[in-house]
Design a protein around this ligand. Structure first.
Ligand SMILES: Cc1cc2nc3c(=O)[nH]c(=O)nc-3n(C[C@H](O)[C@H](O)[C@H](O)COP(=O)(O)O)c2cc1C
Length: 191
């Protein structure tokens, strides 16, 4: 059974991200195992740059172990995040920085790739405005932190102007199509 891991980086219970995640879930096949994390509820400690991972191939903190196990085993990964000052909201940024353990594995310990299994990924971004520079900044961050972890962003959906515009039927269709494409990418990926 394929496993889909979703992370919601928004603090808002019925925010735009969560509503778009619902569209994703509604369009996933039934025989899929779905696990969703909410970054704001995970309480992930920020990276303290202690260098423990350079010595031990492990993180000094254990609060991300379950998430990491799910990440390493999933067949597809979905991030839904609002743009906060051209970046991710801070709990999501803390989680991203903690992926440093994989950079230590790759660049200090020469493990290529640090995660064996490949997974395609869907990035959903929501933004109050339609400022391209701000959105591109978040996309670049996502691309960078996922780059060494056998994870490829195969689709990006951005819902812009959320300050003034509601989710439309066209948005729903676009997210549905992105979900279908993501699932096709998991079928095509050879383990
Ligand atoms: C702290 C904060 C920072 C924000 N920074 C930006 C920004 O840099 N650019 C932008 O377009 N919108 C910005 N926004 C607006 C959110 O991206 C927008 O409301 C988004 O749709 C919220 O998604 P959600 O409903 O899933 O939480 C910001 C909102 C907050 C609360």
């Amino acid at each position: 059974m394929k496993k889909i891991l979703i992370i919601n980086a928004s603090p808002r219970k019925n925010g735009v991200c969560q509503r778009l995640i619902k569209t994703v879930i509604d369009n996933l096949p039934e025989d899929i195992q779905i696990k969703q994390y909410d970054a704001y509820k995970m309480g992930i400690k920020p990276c303290i740059g202690c260098g423990y991972c350079d010595k031990h191939k492990e993180c000094a903190f254990r609060d991300m172990d379950t998430f990491r196990e799910d990440f390493e085993n999933c067949d597809a990964f979905i991030i839904a995040s609002p743009v906060y000052f051209s970046s991710f909201p801070s709990p999501m940024k803390a989680l991203i920085d903690r992926f440093q353990v994989y950079y230590a594995m790759r660049f200090t310990h020469n493990i290529k790739p640090p995660i064996k299994k490949f997974r395609p990924s869907l990035l959903i971004l929501t933004a109050g405005s339609d400022n391209k520079t701000e959105i591109e900044s978040v996309k670049a961050q996502a691309k960078q932190f996922l780059s060494i972890m056998n994870t490829q962003i195969c689709e990006v959906f951005c819902k812009t102007n959320t300050d003034t515009k509601e989710i439309t039927a066209a948005d729903i269709t676009a997210v549905k199509e992105a979900t279908i494409y993501l699932m096709k990418s998991t079928i095509l990926s050879v383990e």
